[in-house]
Design a protein around this ligand. Structure first.
Ligand code: FES
Ligand code: FES
Length: 158
């Protein structure tokens, strides 16, 4: 039997949208990237293990590659695009630029989203707390020291 498309309401970056899906278990990431054309969240491992796909759900950092879209229905989702703009970047985005904390950049959007959620509860973290908060976000390029410096820099401007 052909699955019947369902409409899932979401609030994404402050905008109410509705996404048609055949399967409510579809990962949120696929709808964000494929249907809503938001490419801030990245597809890395697809298994909830690398953090590249991190977005905020009601303010908490979640891995959108393993979150069924049905679990986000009617809830607030924020992607990197909703954090700041090129004209008015979020302090974390500016700090990552200032510290030149990017090599290939693949992990960085997830690092920023994870950091932003963490810093909403801890505005002035120590280096150790930053490392712990980002321990499960992987960076193949090895820019960890600069990433920690960038988060620290953003916290001092908060
Ligand atoms: S792509 Fe989601 S955790 Fe790796
Ligand atoms: S900057 Fe390349 S994976 Fe982190």
């Amino acid at each position: 039997m052909t699955p019947r498309p369902q409409s899932v309401p979401l609030n994404v970056n402050g905008r109410n949208v509705s996404v048609q899906v055949d399967d409510p278990a579809l990962p949120l990431l696929y709808a964000l990237r494929g249907q809503l054309k938001l490419h801030g969240p990245r597809f890395g491992c697809g298994l909830g293990q690398c953090g590249a796909c991190t977005v905020h759900l009601e303010g908490a950092a979640v891995r959108s590659c393993v979150l069924p879209i049905a679990a986000a229905a009617g809830r607030r989702v924020v992607t990197l695009e909703g954090l700041g703009t090129p004209e008015k970047p979020h302090p974390l985005q500016q700090a990552f630029i200032d510290e030149q904390a990017v090599q290939c950049g693949y992990c960085i959007n997830g690092m920023i989203m994870q950091s932003a959620a963490f810093m909403s509860a801890n505005k002035h973290p120590t280096n150790e707390q930053i490392k712990q908060a980002l321990a499960n976000n992987l960076c193949r390029c090895g820019t960890h020291l600069r990433i920690v410096r960038a988060v620290k820099r953003a916290s001092s401007s908060a």
